[in-house]
Design a protein around this ligand. Structure first.
Ligand code: PEP
Length: 249
């Protein structure tokens, strides 16, 4: 079964609401394509203005984070209902920056993934190793553990619709893209892991992105790999370069 590519921008903590509108308007004509789902994951305060600006285009607005509780005394957090009420369809879960700076654990990631599915929001579930882990040769063991915990109690039907972003931490924001072989090898390993947890049909349906300094030069080869179904793009998603990545062919 052919999987449609999904290319998502992660704006991180960039863009005020007015800057967000200007950026969506600038990128709108550059990201038109039938070949991929195009998602802009933006700061919570930018979601509504970005969505307004994106109307009539192929851009889908997503969120960068979400809490796993429904509502209440969790100052500063964003509830799933807040996202769905705004029309959000995708949310990044467990980005390495959330894990590192905000101490999100694999168990938190799992709770958020379950909550996202409960609210019909597609999670973009991030995983990936540190440079030290890669050098120690434990990349696949580590990533498999992240995946197994993230998918606990997730049904096969839900898993089929999920997106996984394999993002080696050493490649994020560093300008060091993993080699095509490294990226394909781990994405294939993740697909095999999903096959072990569920079945082959689920493994073949799930979309797996590569993320880590993707740019217009590296995207074509990365996206041509059999197990890489698109990219999660940080820095380059804030520039016209994103249009070139989205139109990689
Ligand atoms: C990211 O933020 O998920 C990311 C991959 O960033 P960059 O493309 O800047 O490395």
């Amino acid at each position: 079964m052919a999987r449609k590519k999904i290319i998502a921008g992660n704006w991180k903590m960039n863009m005020t609401p007015s800057q967000a509108v200007a950026l969506v308007n600038e990128l709108k004509p550059l990201v038109e394509t039938e070949e991929a789902d195009v998602v802009f994951c933006v700061p919570a305060i930018d979601i509504i203005p970005a969505m307004e600006a994106a109307k009539g285009s192929n851009i889908v607005i997503g969120a960068e984070n979400m809490y796993y509780e429904e509502k209440g005394a969790y100052t500063g957090e964003i509830a799933p209902d807040m996202l769905t009420d705004a029309g959000v369809k995708y949310v990044i879960i467990g980005h390495s920056e959330r894990r590192e700076y905000f101490k999100e654990t694999d168990e938190d990631v799992n709770k958020k993934v379950l909550k996202a599915f409960e609210h019909d929001i597609t999670p973009i579930i991030c995983c990936g190793e540190t440079l030290a882990q890669r050098e120690q040769g434990v990349t696949m063991d580590f990533v498999r553990m992240q995946i197994k915990i993230a998918f606990q109690n997730v049904t096969a039907d839900q898993a089929k619709t999920a997106v996984i972003a394999y993002e080696p931490i050493w490649a994020i924001g560093t300008g060091k893209t993993a080699t095509t072989e490294q990226a394909q090898e781990v994405c294939a390993g993740i697909r095999a892991c999903i096959g072990e947890i569920y079945d082959d049909a689920t493994a073949q349906a799930i979309r797996i992105q590569y993320g880590g300094s993707v740019n217009p030069a590296t995207a074509p080869e990365l996206f041509a790999q059999p197990d890489i179904d698109g990219g999660l793009v940080g820095g380059a998603s804030l520039k016209p370069d994103f249009g070139k990545i989205v139109n990689w062919k």
